[in-house]
Design a protein around this ligand. Sequence first.
Ligand code: ZN
Length: 195
Amino acid sequence: MEINKLTVGPVATNVYIARKDNEVIIVDPGAEFARIDALIKPSDHILGILLTHGHFDHIGAVNELVNKYDIPIFAPEKEERLIVNPKLSFYDGIPIANINYINDGFTLGNFNIKMYETPGHTFGSVTYEIDDVLFTGDTLLNLNVGRQDLPTGSEEDMKKSIEFFKTFTTDYKIRAGHGNDSTLFYQFERNPYFK
Ligand SMILES: [Zn+2]
């Protein structure tokens, strides 16, 4: 799997374009549709959009991508309440229609996607595992975790999610919603929230 990363929008959100041959999945297209679109090749087959959670800075370019490519959107079922409520998501764009709410992993083309509930930043936040990569959204960041003071966030939930990450025995690549790339074992060693 090849991954292109773009950092977009007012709060520097990471968008990931994951590719296997000409099959593509877009994770958290938060803003700047044109920059994301510029990385799509004419021969690409975009299988869908994966959302780690519903905050405005992770979903802002979804409608434009769907309008151009007519692709499915997948988001955690427990995040529906947040995504559809501007007071919780801070998203003030045109409501996003036809989201496929999921509560488990699934397969898209050649992508075997596992989904783990990792609440704390928001109630419905998830981490997606694809091959050797964890897309952690705003749950696990390099040397940090996502803030827990926004609506539906919870310090207790975040502690449980951190304990969940500690159960992994493979040094996954971490591709987070903000900040630098890292690895899971590096977080075990250096992230103060894992002490
Ligand atoms: Zn967020």
